[in-house]
Each structure stands twice: as structure tokens, then as C-alpha cells.
Design a protein around this ligand. Structure first.
Ligand SMILES: Nc1ncnc2c1ncn2[C@@H]1O[C@H](COP(=O)(O)OP(=O)(O)OP(=O)(O)O)[C@@H](O)[C@H]1O
Length: 255
């Protein structure tokens, strides 16, 4: 049987272990993700979503458990093959849009001529063709987040981690960005883990939803979302969409 692209088993994280302020942020999390999946990770504030993402990104060490990425062939390099988008776009204000997108390619020492072509293609993919020479402050919040999505893809990662990327946007821009993200996902074929507080957003985007709960911080359930792609906003009014949302509300104790 083919191994999952991401295999997480029995993962726990205790902050400040052994100290008076020891804090269990993740407890016994297991999750398998197929290549090309878009997995929404949804849960209340403080349930450990960012902690999980940071561990997967190699920015934080787990206290216990197994994490394997890349199907176990040993060819996955977390520095080379992961792209990250945070809630804030974290653009460098003194660099142009194009130069911001190029940052990961610079860090990784990739051939810059090809990277520049790719960055231009990605800016077109995220709807920012013609904005390459602008500076971040000349863009709206939604446009800045598009730049950070292009930046997360410039080194052609196999896995994109998105930690509440649209949390700071207004509701309408957020819905628009949801549609854009689905288009980018379908065109790029990347595996995406998408953290959100938004139940509707989680259902709308995900091929799978990982529902996390706090107290204890754990993975309550994985739900395969059988809604067809391409998804359209009017699907949110459909009965099936409502049933998935109700299931997530129920798991979070919010019926
Ligand atoms: N460096 C740290 N030291 C101690 N505790 C921490 C640290 N980082 C996070 N925590 C705690 O671990 C818990 C999980 O934090 P985390 O940021 O992963 O949650 P989250 O689900 O992403 O929250 P939010 O949705 O509000 O961003 C929280 O209670 C937080 O206070």
C-alpha cells in the first residue's frame, strides 16, 4: 500500500517540559494526508493548531511521536520543500512585490533567472500581473496576502502550510480569497494544510477536515468532505454543506 504523503502518529508537544510552567499544547495527534489533499485544520483558539503547523514546518520539535513527510522515500527536505503563509503577510516593505516573492529562492540559492520567471508567473496566478514593481504599502491587505501566497510557492514546494492566512481580511475579501486559493490549489496540485477558526471556511476549502479540540488539545476527528470541486460560493447554502458544518460544530461542542 502506498504510504501517505504526511504521516503523523502519536504526536505530542509539551511546552516548558519539566518546569513549573509546563503546558501540554498537543496530545497524541495522529493524521495521514494524501499527496495533493487540501486539509483544513479547524479548532478553537489555543487548541494547538499553530503548534502542529510549526512542528510540521520543522520550526519546533515535538515532545513525542512520529512525523514522516514525503511518503517515506527520504527525499523530502523541510527547508527546500515547504512553503508557509502566515496570518500577516510579513512582506519586507523596502522590497518590491517581485523581490519579496523571490526571497525563498534567494535563501535557497536557486538560479535567479528561472526564479524570476517563475515569480512573474506566480504573480499572474495570484492575480497580480502588472504589480511586480510596486511596494507592499501600495497594495491592499488582500493583495499583500496574495504576494505572500506567491512567495510560498516560488521555490516549488511540495507542501504548503497556511496558518490562518485570511484571518486579518474582511469577510468579502476572505470569501474571494477562498475561491482564489481553490483555483491556485487546483492549478498547482500542491498538498496544502490550511489552519482556520472558520467552520464554514474549513468545509468550503477542504478535501478533508481535521477537527481539533482543546482541553485536552487533540485531534477529535478527520472528516472526508465529499463536496465536488470546483466549489462555488452558492454551495454554502446546500444541505450537504450544512451537514458537514453541523458535524464540525457538534465536535466543537457548539450545537
Ligand atoms: N512557546 C510557548 N510556550 C508556552 N506555551 C505556549 C507556547 N506557544 C504556545 N503556547 C500555548 O500552547 C497552546 C496552543 O497554542 P497554539 O498557538 O498552537 O494554538 P492555536 O490553536 O494555533 O491558537 P490560535 O487559534 O489562537 O492561533 C496555547 O494555550 C498557547 O498559549
Amino acid at each position: 500500500m502506498q504510504k501517505p504523503f504526511i504521516h503523523i502518529s502519536g504526536l505530542s508537544k509539551v511546552y516548558n517540559k519539566g518546569k513549573a510552567n509546563e503546558y501540554p499544547a498537543l496530545s497524541d495527534v495522529s493524521l495521514d494526508v494524501k499527496e495533493g489533499d487540501l486539509v483544513s485544520i479547524v479548532g478553537p483558539s489555543g487548541c494547538g493548531k499553530s503548534t502542529l503547523i510549526m512542528i510540521i514546518a520543522g520550526l519546533l520539535e515535538a515532545t513525542e511521536g512520529t512525523l514522516e513527510i514525503g511518503g517515506g522515500d527520504g527525499g523530502f527536505d523541510v527547508n527546500r520543500h515547504v512553503g508557509i503563509v502566515f496570518q500577516q503577510s510579513l512582506l519586507l516593505k523596502w522590497r518590491t512585490v517581485l523581490d519579496n516573492v523571490l526571497l525563498p529562492a534567494e535563501f535557497l540559492g536557486l538560479p535567479m533567472r528561472e526564479a524570476r520567471d517563475r515569480a512573474r508567473d506566480l504573480l499572474a496566478l495570484v492575480g497580480l500581473q502588472g504589480q511586480e514593481d510596486k511596494y507592499p504599502k501600495q497594495l491592499s491587505g488582500g493583495q499583500q496576502q496574495r504576494v505572500s501566497i506567491a512567495r510560498s510557492l516560488v521555490h516549488d514546494p511540495k507542501l504548503v502550510l497556511m496558518d490562518e492566512p485570511f484571518g486579518a481580511l474582511d469577510a468579502l475579501t476572505r470569501e474571494h480569497m477562498n475561491l482564489e486559493l481553490l483555483r491556485i490549489w487546483e492549478q498547482s496540485g500542491k498538498t496544502i494544510l490550511f489552519v482556520t477558526h472558520g467552520i464554514s471556511e474549513a468545509v468550503f476549502l477542504g478535501s478533508k477536515i481535521a477537527v481539533m479540540t482543546s482541553g485536552p488539545a487533540r485531534l477529535a476527528k478527520e472528516i472526508d468532505v465529499q463536496l465536488p470541486y470546483p466549489r462555488r460560493l452558492d454551495m454554502k447554502t446546500h444541505e450537504d454543506f450544512g451537514a458537514y458544518a453541523r458535524e464540525v460544530y457538534g465536535l466543537l461542542g457548539m450545537e
